[in-house]
Design a protein around this ligand. Structure first.
Ligand code: AHG
Ligand code: MN
Ligand code: MN
Length: 334
């Protein structure tokens, strides 16, 4: 299903979903419902994020997640909110989340769901307590197993190129949702006074190249020396390059998507496989990057050609304008 290009700014997300899915006579309406529920959950999380300091939502829950990271109250709230929103209308066959060790399979009465939803419910949790930008990232696959029957791990652990849609929501100075079904990347900004998303960034495109790099240079000593040399070469006296790093992947990606740049999270001593998770961080952003004319690799392979062997498998990630990603990938392949 292709989300269309012909919409003007100001179109509501609901109308956009309705009209683009209407154009597909074979559509059952489930995909439209799925996106509407994502929008609902996003608005709920957005409202909670805005009031976090007042709603007792700052700080940790005291628990550790499967990745050995401390769970923040907002991680838990976002996880529950997206799960509930997607379970009830019976549109998902399986859901994988950063915050859960195992996938969630809806109970039997909801097994007519046709889609598999993989999410990082709250990305950039370390930024919550300092009011910096955070977000939700998601990938959508069509289920492989028979509709009505039980789904399994085979529905979830598959190559990224089988994805049919991906997106993210950013809770920043404003709330924005960016979506693609593979062709055309569109951004919708939430008007909190009416509680609706409106098309604000139609057909986002990445230029071939740019001059911004985003990486946590604090780990430079443990990078591949070729990468260290590449980043060093950007600090030339003519100073035409800029460095930008927020520390929330979703926010760094979004800035680079709109303004151009490459985001790098290479292997480090602390994270020899890279830090970012394939299924719900690298996959959806790679799908968006390619749909906008950019690229994403792990330093050797195209991200969308990877197939995770675990829900929480990690990968190095180089993503953004195509020329820059190709340059870094070629350098690491030498
Ligand atoms: P999460 O909050 O979902 O665990 O993800 C955090 C990730 C990502 O958002 C960000 O790009 C990266 O961690 C930052 O890591 P460093 O602090 O190592 O730079
Ligand atoms: Mn994350
Ligand atoms: Mn997270």
């Amino acid at each position: 299903m292709q989300l269309g290009h012909h919409f003007e700014e100001g179109t509501t997300l609901d109308r956009f979903i309705f009209e683009t899915t209407q154009a597909h006579p074979e559509a059952t309406g489930q995909f439209a419902t799925l996106l509407q529920q994502v929008s609902l959950a996003a608005r709920m999380v957005s409202s909670r994020v805005n009031r976090a300091g007042l709603a007792g939502m700052l700080g940790g829950t005291g628990e550790m997640n499967v990745q050995g990271e401390f769970v923040q109250k907002l991680d838990e709230y976002a996880n529950d909110t997206f799960k509930k929103a997607l379970e009830h209308p019976g549109v998902i066959a399986a859901l994988a989340s950063e915050e859960d060790a195992k996938p969630f399979y809806p109970p039997e009465r909801f097994r007519s769901g046709r889609y598999v939803f993989c999410m990082d419910p709250l990305d950039g949790s370390s930024n919550i307590d300092v009011n910096a930008t955070i977000g939700t990232i998601f990938a959508i696959f069509r289920r492989k197993s028979e509709i009505g029957g039980p789904a399994s791990m085979d529905d979830i652990l598959r190559p990224g190129k089988e994805m049919i849609a991906a997106g993210y929501v950013i809770y920043g100075s404003g709330t924005i949702m960016v979506l693609t079904t593979g062709r055309g990347v569109h951004g919708f900004t939430l008007d909190p006074t009416v509680g609706e998303f409106f098309l604000s960034h139609p057909d986002i495109k990445l230029k071939p190249t740019a001059r911004t790099y985003s990486v946590n240079e604090g780990y430079a000593a443990t990078w591949d020396p070729r990468l260290r040399a590449w980043v060093e070469s950007k600090k030339e006296p003519s100073a035409t390059w800029s460095a930008r790093y927020i520390g929330s992947l979703v926010a760094d990606f979004h800035r680079n998507l709109l303004k151009g740049g490459i985001f790098l999270y290479p292997a480090t001593k602390k994270n020899p496989e890279g830090k970012l998770r394939i299924l719900y961080e690298a996959f959806p952003l790679a799908f968006l990057a390619e749909a906008a004319g950019g690229a994403a690799t792990d330093g050797k392979n195209r991200i969308l050609d990877l197939c995770p062997d675990d829900l929480h498998a990690r990968t190095p990630l180089f993503i953004g304008n195509k020329e820059l990603v190709d340059e870094v990938t070629a350098l690491l392949a030498e």
